[in-house]
Design a binder for this molecule. Structure first.
Ligand SMILES: NC(=O)c1ccc[n+]([C@@H]2O[C@H](COP(=O)([O-])OP(=O)(O)OC[C@H]3O[C@@H](n4cnc5c(N)ncnc54)[C@H](O)[C@@H]3O)[C@@H](O)[C@H]2O)c1
Ligand SMILES: [Zn+2]
Ligand SMILES: [Zn+2]
Length: 389
């Protein structure tokens, strides 16, 4: 089959590889009909995630048709259409029973590695380095889905691939980010990053009834898309984020702040982001936490910081004293996808939201390597890429 594989920093290729096969009786093999490139894939592309190996198959946002099921998998039948969540879940461990699916205790087959680095294991993920299990991803013609009897969302008749696909990652991610803010009708929600996750967070915060939603980025077409979704926009290249946020909140600051940027925050004009660039370049720091610092500074005391943006390792110069003394609440994590999908599927079916609004490019899988570059560099108005194997 054909699949997109990681061969090192900025080197993704569409290669011919062996077809996957059932390895465990709970598995399924899915023929991928539609997949996407996620902002998280860019952290691999840019070489920031350790424990990637040459030849790893990428991709954790995908859906398709079940073509084979293991003998103990009684939940799926050949021919069914499924979206596959990026978090692999057993459905039975203590964390899964609490709905903390991205923290499943059983699905990471390299859990010893994770325990060494994080103190505990986290769930197995598709196409996302060996610290999360080294599972081949779904930017491919076929994929083996481990624990497939639990790791799936069935797609009802009448929904297109494009409407359903993002249930596997960015839609629940933006939603969880907003839910974790416990939005009240008097709240201003400020969202850093108008990428696909930020876009979903904007729509979610509007649906959840925020008084005012503000989005911060510097890419004009991304700001325009967020504005169409109901957000006030701030271009951080052209104006002071801190001053604008003060102006928009009677100098009080937003009650709720969402970091939909993560570890690759762009160098703005501020001193600290230049400092991060330099330290990251000489490997003294793994992440560029400029957005986190800005959120801690502007957030209204007693407010909440919700962090879907991915961080990988060590963060430098976090003003923890300010966070502590301002009484801020931090909520974060990889998304507990299946915790939200029943509700979000219903909202799509009822027409409250159609997540396909975010797609700007649809291309064959073979064009994946070029699209990684376009998405990363925000060329050609690229906001979200969908690939057809
Ligand atoms: N928690 C999860 O489960 C989960 C799931 C999916 C994605 N993510 C993470 O969410 C983040 C966003 O993903 P995406 O797909 O939207 O990626 P993306 O790279 O397309 O979007 C990031 C956006 O942030 C903007 N940005 C950069 N620096 C900024 C700054 N200083 N201030 C404001 N905006 C800035 C960029 O211009 C870009 O538009 C990534 O870190 C990704 O890894 C997390
Ligand atoms: Zn993702
Ligand atoms: Zn589990």
């Amino acid at each position: 089959m054909r699949a997109l594989r990681w061969h090192g920093k900025h080197d993704v290729r569409c290669d011919t590889v062996p077809d996957p096969a059932i390895e465990d009786s709970r598995d399924a093999i899915v023929r991928v009909t539609t997949c996407a490139i996620c902002g998280s894939d860019l952290h691999l592309y840019d070489g920031f995630m350790p424990t990637m190996e040459h030849g790893d198959i990428l991709g954790h946002e995908f859906m398709g048709e079940v073509v084979e099921v293991g003998r103990d998998n009684h939940a799926l039948k050949v021919g069914e259409r499924v979206v596959v969540p990026f978090t692999i879940i057993c459905g039975e461990c203590d964390q899964c029973r609490r709905g903390n699916f991205s923290l499943c205790e059983r699905t990471n087959r390299n859990r010893a590695k994770a325990e060494k680095v994080f103190g505990h294991t986290t769930a197995g993920l598709f196409g996302y380095s060996h610290i999360t299990g080294g599972y081949p991803g779904g930017q491919a013609e076929y994929v083996r889905v481990p624990f497939a009897d639990r790791t799936h969302v069935k797609v009802p008749e009448g929904l297109t691939d494009e409407q359903a696909l993002f249930l596997g990652d960015i839609f629940p991610t933006g939603w969880q980010a907003a839910v974790q803010c416990e939005i009240e009708p008097s709240d201003t929600v400020a969202i850093w990053g108008a990428g696909p996750v930020g876009q979903m967070a904007v729509r979610s915060a509007v649906i959840l009834g925020a008084k005012q939603v503000i989005v911060i980025d510097r890419v004009p077409e991304r700001l325009a898309m967020a504005s169409a979704g109901g957000a006030i926009t701030i271009n951080f290249d052209e104006e002071s984020v801190i001053e604008r946020l003060k102006d928009l909140t009677n100098a009080k600051g937003p009650e709720k702040c969402i970091d939909a940027v993560g570890l690759e925050a762009h160098v703005g004009r501020s001193f600290d982001s230049v400092y991060d660039r330099v330290k990251q370049a000489v490997m003294l720091e793994t992440d560029r936490p400029h957005v986190l610092r800005e959120m801690i500074y502007v957030c209204r005391p007693a407010g909440t910081l919700s962090i879907p943006g991915v961080y990988g390792g060590l963060l430098d110069k976090i003003p923890f004293g300010a966070a502590m003394n301002k009484g801020l609440t931090f909520r974060m994590g990889q998304t507990h996808v299946n915790r939200w999908t029943d509700d979000l599927l219903r909202r799509i079916q009822e027409g409250q939201i159609d997540p396909s609004f975010v797609i700007t490019h649809t291309v064959p899988l073979e064009e994946g390597p070029a699209m990684y570059k376009a998405f990363r560099n925000k060329e050609d108005g690229c906001i979200k890429v969908v690939l057809k194997p």
